[in-house]
Design a protein around this ligand. Structure first.
Ligand SMILES: Cc1ncc(COP(=O)(O)O)c(C=O)c1O
Length: 400
């Protein structure tokens, strides 16, 4: 298609769809797939998903749901069994006390997040978003008509976000603060104290806090914490959760939101006019995940910690690469700015593109996450695969 017809077509699409970009991480996955289809052996550090299989008892529950004909519509926000299981699991693990009508199950955490933002953010509202941010936050806010106010953080301080830093950005238009701890892409974890101070500040100022806790079980510090424990501030908080990373269930698409019943009812209304209920059989599998044996969660977490240590040591051993120690999720966010200016590489995008095309290692450039000097390396893979990729990266950088 020529640029002219493309532009003409774009003019006919809505203003709101032209406001957003396709996900940068999905673009990398697509490019790496293309190379693989040509028979090229790509080491994949791009994907944002566990390398583990979904635990057997969860898969069995999905199969049993199909065999038992649990294949019809359910309530839009999920079955009462599932919503109770979500609330119960969260209460046990994080000392929250959400009731059934304060829970909605959605088709992945991403849909819960999208719906929450559509419900909370109006045209012209400001949303405070710490940098680096997960790619979708910015576009989801823009789609709702909001303006992101970016909160720059300091890599030397582990990308820390504090209430003081947020307070400086608050204006009369501030509607929402988005938090994501552990963070995708940096792996940074906010301390319970910092989280508490931000939530307290937001509550005092009448601002919403949207806490994306999709990686809350992959917090490698000894202080695993959800803002759900801060019950006294609950009327200003919405929590987004997901089974994707916790139980290695990315393809099943099951996430949820916890929040005030009026917010959840509004999200339910929106969901009722779009996708309706999450898939019925997935809901049964999700109940098995939430109510069944939990040992898979610490087992996977322990493995991620080993992988984290392995990849961080490997990256730090490469001359010129700087790497903070991630305290959660399964990403490292090395600073590669020392290589800019070599062999025509001017940016993280240039570097990640060249790395993929020439050394066949897929990573995600930092620009998609709001920083220029980094690439995101996912270590949700085997030690052998990490070693293969690290070796290619080392050789590639040495030759730049
Ligand atoms: C920070 C963050 N939030 C939300 C999601 C959405 O996950 P899902 O829709 O699979 O639950 C992801 C997925 O990568 C993520 O990294």
């Amino acid at each position: 298609m020529t640029a002219v017809t493309e532009a003409t077509l774009a003019l006919k699409l809505t203003e709101r769809i032209n406001r957003i970009e396709p996900s940068a991480t999905m673009a990398v996955v697509a490019e790496a797939d293309k190379l693989r289809q040509q028979g090229i052996d790509v080491v994949d550090f791009g994907a944002g998903e566990p390398h583990f299989a979904t635990p057997q008892h969860i898969k069995d529950a999905g199969v049993a749901a199909i065999q038992g004909n649990f294949t019809k519509y359910t309530a839009v926000s999920g079955t009462t069994e599932l919503r109770d299981a979500i609330a119960h699991r969260h209460a046990v693990d994080f000392d929250s006390d959400y009731r059934r009508e304060e829970v909605i199950a959605s088709t992945g955490g991403k849909q819960a997040l999208f719906n929450a933002v559509q419900v909370l953010v109006d045209h012209g509202d400001e949303v405070i978003l710490p940098v680096p941010y997960w790619v979708s936050f910015k576009d989801i806010v823009r789609y709702a008509g909001g303006n992101c106010v970016l909160l720059e953080t300091d890599e030397a301080k582990g990308f820390r976000v504090t209430a003081e830093m947020i307070e400086r950005l608050i204006t009369p238009r501030t509607k929402l603060i988005i938090l994501n701890s552990p963070s995708n892409p940096s792996g940074a974890v906010m301390s319970p104290e910092d989280l508490t101070e931000v939530v307290r500040l937001a509550h005092e100022r009448g601002i919403w806090v949207l806490s994306d806790e999709c990686y809350v079980y992959l917090n490698y510090t000894m202080k695993r914490f959800s803002i759900g424990a801060l019950r006294e501030f609950r009327e200003r908080m919405v929590i987004i959760g997901s089974l994707s990373k916790t139980y290695a269930m990315t393809g099943w698409r099951l996430g949820y939101a916890l929040g005030p019943s009026a917010v959840v009812a509004a999200m339910n209304k929106l969901q009722s006019q779009s996708t309706s209920n999450p898939t019925s059989i997935v809901q049964k599998a999700a109940v098995a995940a939430l109510k069944g044996p939990q040992q898979c969660v610490p087992d996977m977490r322990a493995e991620y910690i080993n992988l984290r240590d392995h990849v961080v040591n490997g990256l730090r051993a490469i001359p010129g690469v700087k790497c903070t120690l991630p305290e959660g999720a399964f990403y490292t966010y090395p600073n590669v700015s020392a290589f800019f200016g070599r062999s025509g590489v001017k940016s993280a995008s240039d570097l990640a593109g060249k790395l993929l095309r020439e050394a066949h290692v897929a990573t995600v450039p930092g620009e998609g996450f709001g920083t220029r000097d980094h690439i995101r390396v996912s270590y949700a893979t085997s030690v052998a695969e990490l070693d293969r990729g690290l070796e290619r990266l080392r050789k590639f950088l040495a030759a730049l």
